[in-house]
Ligand binder design. Sequence first.
Ligand code: TXA
Ligand code: MG
Length: 319
Amino acid sequence: MKNFSDIEKAAKYIQEGKLVAFPTETVYGLGGNALNPLAVAKIFELKERPSFDPLIMHIASIAQLEKLVLSTDERIYKLAEKFWPGPLTMVLPKSNIVPDIVTSGLPTAGIRMPGNEIALELIRISDCPIAAPSANKFGRISPTTAAHVKKQLPNVDYIIDGGKTTVGLESTIINLTDFGFQILRNGIITKEELETILPFDGNSEIQKLSAPGMLKSHYSPGKMFLIAHNNNLKIDKLKAGLISFSGELENGYRKIIRVSDRKDLKDYAVNMFEAMHAFEDDNDIEIIIAEPVIDRGIGKAIMDRLRKAEFNWRPGMFQ
Ligand code: TXA
Ligand code: MG
């Protein structure tokens, strides 16, 4: 557990309308008081995030949830009981106390209770919901350490260093329909796990939202990034770093980062962004290659990130 005085200091900053980067179990967030529109405006500004892309609000109790949403749908409580605190964001009808800037004018708000003691304590002491996107510049790689935050957002008012995050991928985002749930963003909580509580609604149309979680390009390293599909990559491997999972593709690469010693997809999730950051910072590496995994369960969330990171570099491939 982090030094308590750090969290108290950070909470004071939040109360003053300043911004604090803090660890959650997924990635580091760039937080501000969700009920203070000026603080929220600073988040968009520092992150260089377009105003049409809504923020997630982080809470520490169900009482807090009830102030932020209009719905009393009992399915919310069932999901909260099973998955909170944890990496699940629910998109729910928002109450009037939520400033429009948080939700980019939408009538709904994304809300989650993070599974990280520092984050929960920060929210409790700040005594307000904390709006927080991932603490990276818009469109760049998400941070899983305090150093990643510092690299992209050197001017943030305060960073709580809580070590490396334990999940490594952003939360699963769901929307509730009359029939069940829709997945707006894949994460470590899989469709199959959610189906133990609610039916999956694969038929209702997903409301279109011009937001990066749903854009094709996102999470991009500042260097050429490609997925090692089976077709021959015409690249100079001596200039390339491989993010390796199975160990089977490692021949010839300049450098290799193996993300799992035991071939466990959870390790890939935990270490993926860190590996991207490491190669992005490495002057010996011009091209980053990532090994693909099976597009199922946690693999779906991993492949989703890899495809988005690759999108800019293989125009037209994932239209
Ligand atoms: O794990 C996470 O969710 C991390 C940590 C910090 O909590 N946060 C995060 O935030 O990934 P961000 O801003 O990078 O991604 C939030 C996504 C956006 O892509 C946005 O489109 C979606 O959540 N979102 C937020 N509110 C929404 C809403 N009302 N309707 C649909 N999507 C929403
Ligand atoms: Mg993000």
